[in-house]
Write a protein that binds this ligand. Structure first.
Ligand code: SOE
Length: 391
């Protein structure tokens, strides 16, 4: 059994999610190589050391450049804010390390293009890169994609997607990196809109080629965060001074798809009071419909229009059977999976692809495609017109 020695850069919310995935994957799945949690890296040496201890890493470092130069590291897992994804990923690929990078791939299309070009060059030498759109690996989502591909709902007419959160409804929630354009690129659009762009393209197999959108920032100034006060999403503790919010709080957009006359309607917001992490996707086709809500993530709803009208209706499929994607490795039927399992499945698929010398998905090219959609939505909002998504 070979080892796959991992270095993780960043150790906040995503770092914790990725750490549990690296630890858990080989315990529940048969893997061709065993992940080794070699080194965790963060900007502050003491905090990185504490996180390494808590999250199960052998060593810690405060210098990502020296980490990616190490001979005893095979994979670099990037869990930092978007403004450093490009620099770290390009350098890691050039150093011959496989890369997993958190979503969205980058803060701009230009950076995403550079990353995608670096990934293409690296692939020629057998070095692989993947972007972490983890919700693809929720079993109900993976099943939805299978059912669409099998033609169970026929031709797709409507793609309806919402990603609803409410963690900054309170105007006193302080500023954090997710509310800074320089660090995050955009707000709800890139953070959670990126997920529903990726998910709907993944489930339907359709590529968005035109968009019309509007972005809104409801709360334009917020308290400056007090030092060392960040909660899971950077939302606790504030000082008395205030600073500008430089990203969108919410994004709505319409979309058209290449080679299809399907209509897409999308909403990504951090202001859906009461909704915590509601990723709602409904696909209406000529022969049926599918509906998913992450707040009930073990369920996929299916409507089959060929059934007799008197008994037809949305059926709740409890996606916990061994026949369902990824589920056989876990618990008996009905016992359910959670948020963290998507990250474990991501590691499982990554390790299989890398060990087999294959391209893991989603590739950086797919990450770039999402970035192009996001940019077109921003342009549309500024210009107040439809915008093509340029390949
Ligand atoms: C914060 O909005 C966030 O953590 C996103 O950054 C993640 O991608 C999503 O999984 C949950 O919400």
């Amino acid at each position: 059994m070979t080892e796959l020695r991992v270095a993780m850069i960043g150790h906040a919310f995503m770092g914790a999610a990725h750490s549990q995935a690296w630890r858990t994957a080989p315990r529940f799945f048969d893997l061709p190589s065993t992940p080794v949690l070699r080194v965790l890296c963060g900007r502050d040496a003491a905090r990185a050391a504490e996180a390494a201890e808590r999250l199960g890493w052998e060593q810690s470092s405060d210098d990502w450049r020296s980490v990616i130069a190490r001979d005893d590291v095979d994979v670099v897992d990037i869990c930092t804010p978007g403004d450093s994804h490009g620099e770290i990923a390009v350098a890691a690929l050039a150093a011959g390390k496989h890369v997993i990078c958190e979503k969205p791939l980058a803060n701009t299309v230009v950076e995403a293009e550079q990353m995608s070009a670096a990934a293409e060059q690296a692939a020629a030498h057998g070095v692989r890169a993947m972007v972490g759109f983890t919700y693809r690996r929720v079993p109900a989502v993976a099943l939805a994609r299978q059912l669409v591909a099998e033609g169970r709902i026929g031709e797709v007419r409507h793609v309806r997607a919402q990603y609803l959160q409410d963690w900054i409804v309170d105007p006193e929630v302080p500023l954090s990196w997710r509310l800074e354009k320089e660090k995050a690129g955009s707000g709800a659009l890139g953070d959670i809109g990126a997920h529903i762009v990726d998910l709907t393209q993944h489930i339907t197999g359709l590529a968005i080629n035109e968009v019309c959108g509007h972005l809104e920032t409801f709360i334009k100034e917020r308290p400056v965060a007090a030092q060392g006060s960040a909660g899971k999403l950077g939302g606790l503790g504030s000082s008395t001074s205030r600073g500008p919010v430089t990203v969108d709080d919410a994004a709505v957009f319409l979309a058209r798809f290449e080679g299809s006359n399907a209509l897409g309607t999308y909403e990504a917001t951090r202001f859906a009071t009461g909704r915590k992490n509601a990723i709602r996707i409904e696909i209406n086709g000529s022969r049926g419909s599918l509906a998913f809500d992450f707040e009930d993530m073990n369920v996929l709803e299916l409507f089959d229009a060929s059934e007799p009208a008197e008994t037809a209706g949305f059926r709740r499929i409890l996606v916990t059977e061994a026949e369902h994607p990824y589920v056989a490795a876990w618990w008996p039927p009905g016992h359910g999976l959670g948020y963290e399992h998507g990250f474990t499945h991501q590691v499982v698929d990554f390790v299989h692809a890398v060990s087999a010398g294959e391209q893991p998905t989603p590739s950086f090219l797919e990450g770039l495609a999402v970035q192009r959609v996001l940019e077109a939505i921003e342009n549309s909002s500024h210009k107040r017109t439809w915008q093509e998504v340029h390949p």
